[in-house]
Design a protein around this ligand. Structure first.
Ligand SMILES: [Zn+2]
Length: 360
């Protein structure tokens, strides 16, 4: 086995293991195209549909309030809530956090009572960590008890004062945040009752792990980030390359000298019947082929002079095509693989091909 292939196999195994962990977590993380989505799976026992809707809305509004981003490359972070109704939280429904709703009858006795900690026995409107460790570590499941007056109006006589953000606060614990860590974790009403940047960063770090927003996510931000290893940026003006060099839109490099083979089996050659093609891959560029009448007449490592087409992709996409997970055309339609013809005629030709492909 080649060293490269061995490395890829190990990488694939690591990804499998990571995915397995994510599937079993109750707060999960998905990173795609440098966008981070954190999903909170939340089951309720004894809640009405309208309560569930209103709490979900609150959680979504509060946690997505300011178009949150994380990391030096400012990856957007989106929080989603996925709810379910169950009859009981014991046993815990698999794959969910679980909240038992207690009806309030005007007495403290009918409120949830903290089961442990320095304030054990204290009546509260809502808490999590009944039989589980709170805050959640790595998105692990939490159970808890909420009164049905959770997120009640701040002033019943003045709706303009809004509601307490109890539900959104409890979600903070499911994201791994502790009481007293500022913002929403200190206040559930008033101007400070919102997540801080530190909360967003900590939540992503807790649920997604470190480096969820890697340096490559700066590529395409319109700035040439020299400290992230970028030679150019396709959206910067000037782009940063000499006139003869293209700025790779995925790797932000002008001069691609490192070499990676590209499996050609999955490329529909009919599309590239008489061309001089350079392939660029995100981490380890690049490879070229020359085709004539649908045959590859020459192939090799390194960049061709005077190419007719440049194909750009990233290693993940190339591996997915290689493994048959997605087709070349799918990758193209999803924008994971970008090509550009050099010269006017090729641009027209490839526009027509894109159009035809769309019909399927
Ligand atoms: Zn709390």
């Amino acid at each position: 086995m080649k060293r490269g292939a061995l490395f890829l196999s190990i990488l694939f195994l690591i990804i499998l293991i990571l995915n397995f962990n994510l599937v079993s977590a109750k707060t999960s993380c998905d990173v795609k195209d440098c966008k981070i989505t954190i999903t909170i799976y939340l089951a309720f026992a004894g809640a009405t549909d309208s309560q569930i809707n209103s709490w979900s809305q609150e959680i979504s509004n509060v946690w997505n309030g300011n178009g949150q981003t994380t990391g030096d490359c400012k990856c957007p972070v989106n929080f989603k809530v996925n709810t379910s109704k169950v009859t009981n939280c014991s046993p815990m429904p698999a794959g969910y956090h679980c909240i038992q709703i207690l009806p309030w009858n005007g007495t403290d006795a009918s409120l949830p009572h903290l089961p442990a900690g320095p304030n054990a026995g204290k009546a509260v409107v809502a808490y999590v960590g009944k039989t589980t460790q709170s805050p959640s570590v790595g998105g692990a499941s939490l159970d808890g008890e909420w009164s049905n007056i959770t997120s009640r109006p701040v002033d019943p006589n003045d709706p303009s004062k809004g509601n307490y953000l109890d539900a959104a606060h409890e979600i903070g614990h499911m994201l791994g945040l502790a009481d007293g860590s500022g913002g929403l974790m200190n206040f559930t009403s008033g101007n400070d009752a919102k997540p801080t940047q530190q909360h967003i960063d900590d939540a992503v770090n807790n649920v997604c792990g470190p480096n969820a927003c890697p340096d490559k996510c700066c590529c395409g931000n319109g700035v040439i980030d020299n400290n992230k290893g970028e030679q150019c940026d396709p959206k910067a003006n000037p782009r940063g390359c000499s006139l003869n060099d293209v700025c790779c839109p995925i790797c932000c490099q002008c001069d691609l000298t490192r070499i990676q083979s590209f499996n050609l089996t999955y490329v529909p050659l009919g599309m590239f019947s008489n061309e001089r093609i350079n392939f660029y891959s995100n981490l380890e560029p690049h490879f070229h082929i020359i085709t004539s009448n649908n045959q590859i007449i020459d192939a090799g490592k390194g960049k061709l002079e005077n190419p007719t087409i440049n194909v750009f992709s990233d290693e993940e996409t190339i591996n997915a095509i290689h493994d048959g997970e997605i087709s070349f055309i799918q990758a193209m339609n999803d924008g994971r693989l970008i090509y550009e013809g050099e010269g006017f005629f090729n641009k027209i030709k490839f526009k027509i091909i894109s159009f035809l492909v769309d019909i399927f």
